[in-house]
Design a protein around this ligand. Structure first.
Ligand code: ARG
Ligand code: ASP
Length: 693
């Protein structure tokens, strides 16, 4: 009996191993510590070494990856500083260069020579020079028994010393000390920041944003989400402000481009800057996200999107005014839906609770005893205030009239700045949308924020006008902020009257309420929770001694690895991991804005032979916001794609990674080459690139 059971267990294990040839890999690993994982990576097909990924002694792949702007990643692809990133990462810069005469967003942009490349004031790219574990130095002088205030002060002072030493003047370096694992570990990151970064090429939005909000976070996907830039440096290859005399930057390392393509099961890795994850939080924090925060925010945004859409579909002008606003509201809205659904489907709360029960048992008699109860109590204390904060952000602060009042407050008393803000604001303002949003958001605020927490001002307005609708009418009728002409006609002596404007009053009253009622509790409980999480993190590491932990994402450089794989989003559906040009033509529809491709693409397709042209592919790499634009590399470390999204059934990966559903979406680099050549007629760019195959 016993033997039989043993044999059947063995058989089950063998069967499991057989049907899971390469387990999808959760984790965003620090490049400097990649030797921890290199054995596993190599076992799964990776052909290079830890030193190839990250080295301080010789050029390594890290020298070909940049933080692009402040929230994306980019990669070097030539010895002359050429970089690839996403279209949605370059969007704001492409937009700034666009006008009615040169609509680069609509038509695309291709510099036909280096002289035509366009500078982008404010855009920087940052290279990681090195990263270093400085935990001991940061905590020097700290001893058990000191207060948290003392510890924080020691951390601050020591960090400053380390940073000052690392960025000795004149070297073009910046540095930061980042807390990892909630402050159980500290790393020094030293960057070289280049600020002359020029636009080289971008496809028309109908390619670079193909599928728009309809396809965002979805598979099958056909977005040509790339743009191309070039880094310039001074005569010594060092960072320099824009100058026509600057030279293309000569990188220590750049990626070779692979045209060999991908197939299911191929090893891939992503090298980039993921922004934020919360993998180690307590179950109640997860429950709050999936059952309270996400659903409320989704409902509020559904309302706002409906209001925008109604007017956008009635007028081309309004559609243009609101398309960027709509996209940014819709992006998180759609992500949260996937996240809440994924957490429920994975039963993350129950799984965490079971884990916590085991942890509690293990912790009894250790310094972790009682820790989880403390976390639970702190979360309970914080959450009403956290909810109020989130609700305030998603309601009052989304009313554009209130936003304008806040912008004026910040500009006060400079009449010039106020007027220039008004110019910007009115270019994209449509009052009927804002009026409807005011009514809907203020109504939701009253219905969902506990009476005891509501600002007196809010209650007074409702009492005074009898309804939100009547209050809204009074605000929009009484505010000068609804009229561009009135604001532009303002004189210095009128400035004080702005302070009694009804929109200004709303902005002011809610801000005061937030500062006086919400913030004090929120910030003190948050601080206490993050300290408790520091212990809990260490506790989890002590509890699971054999597990390799990766720190939560914090926009520092990471490596994620996995393999090319489709998935099954629902019963009866199997997604294959590769999409092609054929699918673009299938979606093409001149009447649907998101699917209206440029005529040139139709013509190219009609010539025949391009049906199988690859466009995007799926893989199991653990990525998040900030990984957009990241290089996707094959087993040889050559560029096969550019990461730009995840599938929405897997967006809970910011909290819990499910190997069955979590997939990152990449542009196949061969589609980039195809568009550059056939649509941009810019194949001269290939001359400076190196093709691996
Ligand atoms: N979902 C992707 C990411 O979070 C792409 C967003 C840009 N594209 C869009 N259609 N809104 O950021
Ligand atoms: N689209 C995201 C970005 O912009 C990537 C993601 O969330 O997967 O960084």
């Amino acid at each position: 009996m016993k033997t039989l059971r043993f044999i059947s267990i063995l058989a089950a294990v063998a069967l499991l191993a057989a049907i899971q040839p390469a387990r999808a890999d959760e984790g965003m690993w620090l490049p400097a510590l990649i030797s921890q994982r290199i054995g596993d990576m190599q076992a799964k097909g990776f052909k290079l070494t830890a030193e190839d990924i990250y080295s301080v002694n010789q050029a390594s792949l890290k020298d070909a990856v940049v933080l692009f702007g402040r929230g994306c990643t980019g990669e070097l692809v030539s010895g002359d500083g050429l970089i690839f990133t996403n279209h949605h990462c370059g969007y704001g810069y492409i937009q700034k260069h666009s006008s009615v005469e040169h609509d680069y967003l609509k038509d695309g942009f291709w510099a036909l020579s280096r002289a035509e490349e366009l500078p982008n004031p404010g855009l920087t790219v940052s290279f990681l020079e090195y990263m270093q574990d400085v935990t001991a130095q940061v905590l020097e002088g700290y001893s058990e028994g000191m207060s948290e205030e003392q510890r924080a002060q020691i951390v601050r002072q020591n960090s400053k010393k380390l940073i000052d030493a690392a960025v000795a003047p004149g070297k073009g370096l910046t540095a930061s000390v980042e807390a990892l694992f909630y402050g159980n570990q500290y790393f020094l990151f030293v960057f070289r920041v280049y600020s002359d970064v020029r636009l080289v090429g971008a496809p028309p939005s109908s390619i670079g944003k193909f599928g728009g909000e309809t396809d965002n976070w979805m598979w099958p996907r056909h977005t040509g989400d790339f743009s191309i830039f070039r880094i310039y440096a001074d005569a010594n290859n060092a960072p320099a402000a824009y100058s026509p005399d600057n030279k293309p930057y000569q990188p220590k390392k750049f990626f070779k481009v692979s045209r060999a393509g991908v197939k299911e099961g191929d090893f891939t890795f992503v090298y980039g800057c993921p922004g934020s994850t919360r993998e180690y939080i307590y179950s109640e924090d997860v429950r709050y996200t999936a059952e309270v925060s996400d659903p409320h925010k989704i409902a509020l945004r559904t309302t706002r999107l409906e209001k925008m859409k109604k007017y956008m579909s009635q007028s081309q002008a309004v559609r243009i005014q609101y398309s960027a606003k709509y996209a940014s509201v819709a992006n998180a809205w759609k992500k949260w839906q996937g996240e809440a659904k994924g957490i429920n489907k994975m039963k993350t709360v129950a799984t965490k609770k079971a884990y916590e029960a085991r942890f509690r048992q293990w912790a009894s008699g250790t310094r972790y005893e009682g820790l989880l109860d403390r976390i639970e109590a702190l979360i309970a204390q914080r959450n009403p205030y956290y909810f109020a904060y989130e609700y305030y952000n998603e309601t009052v602060r989304t009313i554009e009239l209130v936003q304008m009042a806040s912008a004026f407050k910040a500009a006060f008393p400079s009449l010039d700045v106020i007027k220039s803000r008004a110019e910007d604001f009115f270019k994209d303002y449509y009052r009927p949308i804002d009026e409807e949003i005011f009514t809907a958001m203020m109504t939701a605020f009253g219905a969902n924020i506990d009476q005891s927490l509501q600002p007196q001002f809010y209650k007074d307005q409702i009492a005074k006008y009898g309804s939100v609708e009547a209050w809204k009418d009074a605000v929009f009728a009484g505010s000068v902020f609804t009229s561009k002409e009135k604001i532009l006609a303002l004189k210095a002596e009128d400035l004080e009257t702005l302070k009694t404007d009804p929109a200004w009053e709303i902005s002011e009253a809610f801000r005061n309420w937030y500062n006086e009622t919400v913030f004090p509790v929120l910030s003190s409980t948050n601080r206490a929770i993050s300290l408790a999480y520091r212990d809990y993190m260490q506790g989890q590491m002590d509890f699971e001694k054999d597990k390799d932990f990766y720190p939560d994402a914090n926009l520092t450089l990471r490596v994620a690895y996995g393999y090319v794989a489709g998935y099954s989003p629902a019963d009866g559906i199997d997604y294959r991991p590769v999409s092609t040009l054929k699918g673009i033509i299938e979606k093409d529809n001149p009447d649907i804005f998101d699917y209206n491709i440029p005529q040139v693409l139709r013509d190219i397709y009609a010539q025949g032979g391009h049906e199988a042209q690859p466009v995007c592919f799926l893989a199991t790499n653990h990525t998040t916001g900030g990984n957009s634009g990241s290089p996707v590399l094959n087993a040889d470390g050559n560029l096969i794609g550019i990461n730009f999204d995840r599938v929405w059934e897997g967006t809970m990966s910011d909290i819990a990674f499910d190997p069955e559903f979590c997939r990152n979406i990449s542009l196949d680099v061969r589609y980039l080459l195809f568009i550059v050549d056939k649509v941009g007629h810019a194949s001269y760019l290939f001359d400076e690139m190196v093709f691996a195959d």
